[in-house]
Design a protein. Sequence first.
Length: 273
Amino acid sequence: MPELPEVETVRRVLCRRVLDRRIEQVEVLERRLRMPVALDFASRLEGRTIRELRRRAKYLIACLDDDCVWIVHLGMSGKLIAVPPDRPRERHDHLVLRLAGPLELRFHDPRRFGLAVVLAPNELAAWPPFRSLGPDPLVDGLDPEDLWHRVHASGRSIKDLLMDQGVVAGLGNIYVNEVLARAGVRPAARACRLPRATVERIASEIPLLLQEAVRWCGTTFSDYRDGDDRAGEFQRHLRVYGRTGEPCRSCGTAIRRSARGNRGTFYCPRCQK
DNA sequence: CGGTGGACCTGCTGGC
DNA sequence: TGCCAGCAGGTCCACC
């Protein structure tokens, strides 16, 4: 579900809701997430204050006043929302953080592919999910030269390569499909066979697409909601993702969904070579 | 080492 | 109406 623009949207909304609020009480209702929620999770957050909210790729990073960080990943179906405490709890609300002030934070995740961990400052750099992350296109920027080297050396399809978080951190299935549509490249094209100019085009389209999606508050297909539990709007602007059989926005040809591959792959057979 | 395929979960949809 | 197969935006690990 949530890729970089969705996580960035959650971050921006929650900045307005939770910064400088003390965490009064933490309830852990379900520990079985992608990694089990640690036994001391609640005690490490209670009494702390969230001073800053950052993002790296699809990870949200809440910086606490004791210099520890609380890291959240939303997986496929996760939501992190700030709501009034009297709003009824729902099935799959796994973590509830009561904050000073009028709101509480709820982590909700039906499929439990999400993640919530607290790390000490010295653990952050060595934390395995972070060690292998490539550049975040909005935080670090994308160097076309670096991307060219990775692309040129790879025997995989360009779609698989861009889905690899070690190559570009933050893209997922929706935005990889969309980037390739904008760059005019077939998802199944072998990465190493793409001309340099095409790779440069991909490198420049990635941050433009992500920024545009952030301006529309992300893409909501079914589950995704921002920090106020509101849907995004970018699904109305997608060029190929989920548009099988619908006309290409530039040439009118029916969008195709490729049969092979484990994830949905969408492209315009005329505009993407 | 690079690359692939399946596993991890629940919920929803469409076909029969 | 009920059941079952297939599919979903992510990541990790075993295996070739």
